[in-house]
Write a protein that binds this ligand. Structure first.
Ligand code: ADP
Length: 220
């Protein structure tokens, strides 16, 4: 099972990603966690990305794409499944993730979208701020992360719907309830993933992806 998750901050990507990974026994690749780990260890990469994380901005695409490629290569060696949490976050990353997946024979079977409204997400993130001490869980930075999600991340959902791999789940409920629905939905898809084979799915239309974002027609 190969899953990518698209969800606003606070929707429960991390929690549900871990649940999915444990249930299907597949690696959980969380870009935010990987980046925060670099910051905590003060690696060169961590020093380069810290300011982006603190401001709630996206780190440069190439950094997360390199991390993702490496993690997908490891996932392939580990059995072929994965749950990607935190990427793609914009059109360029969606294209690149697909290209990396195609090249490695590891494209996603499911795009899992968790839905929740901004008021609820803000409430959850502020509650989390009191417990954990993430530098980006302040009212101002939360607002920035939500705005960025609506502007550059949410528009890629339609692309996965067109490809026929989108699963949308209402994430306004408790974590266990959301988790049960996700696992039921994914379990229901499992037979159809084995057959028909992935190659019979609709090919991705790179041109329409670009048009959807008003791109200028470059094919990168
Ligand atoms: P959240 O979804 O709550 O913002 P994450 O842990 O997924 O939490 O991401 C935290 C931060 O890590 C983001 O605000 C961003 O700065 C950085 N980040 C994570 N994934 C990506 C990505 N795919 N592209 C660019 N930046 C990323």
């Amino acid at each position: 099972m190969r899953i990518l998750m698209i969800a606003p901050p606070g929707a429960g990507k991390g929690t549900q990603g871990a649940l999915i990974a444990a249930h299907f026994n597949i690696p959980h690749i969380a870009t935010g966690e990987l980046l925060r780990d670099h910051v905590a260890r003060q690696t060169a990469l961590g020093q380069a990305v810290q300011a982006y994380l603190d401001r709630g901005e996206l780190v440069p695409d190439q950094i997360v794409l390199d991390m993702t490629r490496e993690a997908i290569i490891a996932a392939k060696a580990a059995g072929g499944g994965y749950v990607l949490d935190g990427i793609p976050r914009n059109m360029e990353q969606a294209r690149a993730a697909y290209e990396i997946g195609s090249e490695l024979g590891m494209t996603a079977d499911v795009a899992l979208h968790l839905q929740a409204d901004d008021a609820e997400l803000t409430r959850r993130l502020l509650a989390r701020a009191a417990l954990e001490h993430r530098s980006d869980d302040t009212a101002e930075v939360i607002a920035q992360r939500l705005a960025l999600y609506h502007e550059v991340t949410a528009p890629i959902i339609a692309w996965y719907r067109d490809r026929g791999i989108l699963v949308s789940v209402d994430a306004m409920r408790s974590a266990p309830e959301v988790g049960r629905e996700i696992l039921a939905d994914l379990e229901a898809m499992r037979p159809s993933l084995d057959h028909p084979p992935a190659q019979e799915r609709l090919p991705l239309d790179m041109i329409s992806l670009g048009e959807a974002f008003g791109a200028t027609g470059s094919s990168r």
